[in-house]
Each structure stands twice: as C-alpha cells, then as structure tokens.
Design a protein. Structure first.
Length: 369
C-alpha cells in the first residue's frame, strides 16, 4: 500500500511538475516530443526541472530556458501546483509553524526550527496518520490522505523562499504529520527531488526519515535511498509497546529490530531510536537497561523525547527532568550515544505529537479526497 508514486493532477488531467523527479520528467518530455533523441530529451527535462526547483517558476510560460513552442505543448499536459500559505505562527523560542492549505482544502503543517547554524525543517508526509499511536494528536485525525510527491517537496522549497536572504534550511526531518513510509512511493519521489543537486540539493546526511517501523517499507526505503533513519521505539517490551503503538501487533518489536540489524548502513552511519518518555510507564532504569540490551547489536543513537503533554491525555505525563537525565546517564555511562530532545514550539502546538491541532482548527481535518 502506498508504494507507487501518485503525482497530483488538476481537474483537466494535467500533471503537477512538482510531483515528478528527474526520471518522471524525462518520461513526460519523451511523451510530448517523441521525435527527440534521448540526450536531447534529457537536456530539455533538466532545464524544466531546474526552472521548477532552482528558479521556483510556477507558470510554465515564464520558463525562459524552455523554447516557446515546447512551453505551449507542456502547458497542455502539465502545470505547477503550489501550497497556499494559510498562516504562519511564531513561537517565543524562535520556531515557526507554517500551515498550508492544499488544493482540496486539506491542511498540513511544517515547522521551522532554527538552532544556531542548524536550521531544521520538520515536514509532513500525510494529512493525519493511520498508525493510531495513543499519545499522538496527529493519530487522532486518522489517515485523511497521503501527500503527493510535490506536496512533500514543496514544503522545503516554499519555506526556503520565504526566509530572509542568508538564512538557509540545513536539515530536513520527516517528523511532522503522518507516517512517511506508509506513503513510500510519494516519499521516495519527493526525497529524490530533495537530494538531487539539480533540484533542492540537500545532502543525504542532512535528511532524516522518522518511522514507527512498517518493516517491509523500512527495508525498501533503506535500499532505495541513503537518508538517515529514525525509528520510534518508545518502549522496551512487546507488551509495553503494543499498549501505546498498535503497529506492534502487525510488526513485532523483535521483527522491527531484526530489520534494523539488516539495514545496510554505510560506515559511520547509525540508526536513531526515538524514545518518548512517559512518567511511570517507560522511564525506569530497568527500562534504560532493557533498551541498551535491545539495541546492543545495532549502530545506534538514542534520542530521548520527554512527552509533550496534551490536555486530551490527562493520564499521560512527562517525567521530571531528573528522571530523564538519570535514564540518559544510565545509557551514556555504558557507552551508548544518547541525547535528550529539547522541546521547541510548544506554545504554538508545533512540538512533537501536537501537529494536527492547527490543521483541525483551520478546518482542514475534515477535508480530503
Ligand atoms: N510518524 C512518524 C513521524 C512523525 S512523529 C513517527 O512516529 O516516527 C515524530 C516523533 O514524535 C515520533 O518519534 C513520535 O513518537 C513522537 N511523538 C508523538 N507524539 C509525541 C508527544 N506528544 N510528545 C513527544 N513526542 C511525541
Ligand atoms: Fe502517526 Fe507518528 Fe503520530 Fe504514531 S507518532 S500516530 S506514527 S504521526
């Protein structure tokens, strides 16, 4: 499910150029100009690709590097879909949330997190999410729909275009709304655009995909692209994980960790394991020790995420800073790399697990196709 890319099309059936990677664009150009030889097709496709991703052109007739006759033929078959910015909300801590309205009225969010030289964009991959993790507000929406490739890759393009000169997004993380690998085909097309030096030109070292671990899709992503993987583990026993993450009933934690052991990692690359900490649920030193043992054979970085509380989940609480520190100390003192994620954007509902609130308030939760 979700493994085949589905480009966005308009009511007239024209294809969205932002939904195509370079190979897709080559195919489109070959269909429009079948008489051209392959090297010419490649050259024309590359010019269009750069117009879209490097010059940010949204009207085909303004593509100056493309011959007028071709522009006319292209415009009959294609167009450029854009995200419309519904609202931008600033956090007191410098984070910024962008609410985007999509062509069908659905709303998704991206969060910009500046941190010194590092400027991270947290991107969405779906409207809502099907995974139903009990602690996550995006999960409450259910899956409304997958994002098309262009709707994913437009987030860094359009946020970057809105930033002051000299400020550059340095890192992309797929940690916003949705389960990215559940939308694998569209995700891969979008990531190719993010990685391509003729398009958005991000290094694979600076792109991270976070997943609950749909096992086959995780393997397929790792085989297709060299991006960083972050796996949301959040528990140390099967029963504990199943209580908060229903996906555990489909793919057990042991299957997931076995898949992680088999991921071909280049030297020096490690898998990040995210561990949301809940008071009295998974925050003891016994949990820390079990976590260490579970991950022993995998090149690992652990990222502890103190739970961001939500009024809708009064029973779920964030542990004290001391408890989180003691958990980290247990791991670090035994040679495990382990950091604590600082919460950003909590006042604007932009922190982990809070995305979707804004979309619901903006009326986007009910939209979809
Ligand atoms: N669907 C993907 C990516 C989006 S969620 C995934 O689950 O990995 C990004 C991260 O936020 C995940 O690690 C998730 O466990 C965490 N998260 C969700 N709700 C949270 C909350 N309320 N507080 C802290 N982290 C949360
Ligand atoms: Fe979906 Fe991730 Fe939220 Fe789980 S934590 S419901 S997978 S967005």
């Amino acid at each position: 499910m979700g493994n085949i890319p589905t480009p966005l099309r308009d009511a007239a059936g024209r294809i969205d150029l932002r939904s195509l990677d370079r190979a897709g664009l080559r195919g489109l150009v070959a269909g429009i100009l079948p008489e051209l030889e392959p090297t010419k097709i490649e050259a024309v496709a590359l010019r269009i690709y750069k117009e879209v991703w490097q010059h940010g052109i949204v009207e085909i007739e303004q593509m100056e590097t493309v011959r007028r006759a071709l522009r006319e033929r292209l415009a009959q078959r294609a167009y450029v879909a854009t995200l419309s910015e519904l609202r931008r909300i600033d956090s007191v801590d410098g984070a910024q949330k962008f609410l985007w309205r999509l062509h069908d009225g659905a709303v998704v969010e991206s969060v910009l997190i500046p941190d010194g030289d590092r400027v991270t964009l947290c991107m969405s991959s779906q409207v809502g999410c099907a995974m139903g993790c009990t602690f996550c507000l995006t999960g409450d929406l259910g899956l409304i729909r997958h994002l098309h490739p262009g709707e994913i890759a437009s987030q860094p393009l359009q946020v970057q275009a809105s930033l002051p000169a000299g400020v550059r997004i340095t890192n992309l993380v797929l940690m916003g709304m949705g389960e990215p690998v559940h939308n694998l085909g569209n995700l891969i097309t979008a990531l190719r655009v993010c990685l391509d030096d003729h398009a958005l030109n991000y290094s694979h070292r600076r792109i991270t995909v976070s997943t609950v671990g749909l096992v086959p899709q995780l393997g397929a992503l790792a085989a297709a692209l060299p991006v960083n993987l972050a796996v949301s583990l959040n528990a140390t026993t099967e029963a504990q994980r199943a209580r908060i993450m229903p996906i555990t009933k489909r793919y057990s934690m042991s299957e997931l960790l076995e898949a992680c052991r088999c991921v071909p990692l280049p030297p020096g690359k490690r898998i990040t394991f995210e561990y949301v900490m809940f008071e009295g649920f998974n925050d003891t030193l016994d949990d820390a020790e079990r976590l260490r043992l579970l991950l022993r054979e995998i090149p690992t970085k652990i990222n502890l995420i103190p739970y961001n509380e939500n009024p809708d989940r009064p029973r779920l609480r964030r542990p004290s800073a001391e408890v989180v520190k003691a958990f980290q100390h247990h791991l670090v003192s035994r040679g495990v790399s382990c950091s604590i994620r600082t919460t950003r954007g909590i006042d604007i509902s932009a922190a982990c697990g809070q995305l979707g609130k804004g979309a619901l308030e903006a009326g986007g939760g009910a939209a979809g196709s």
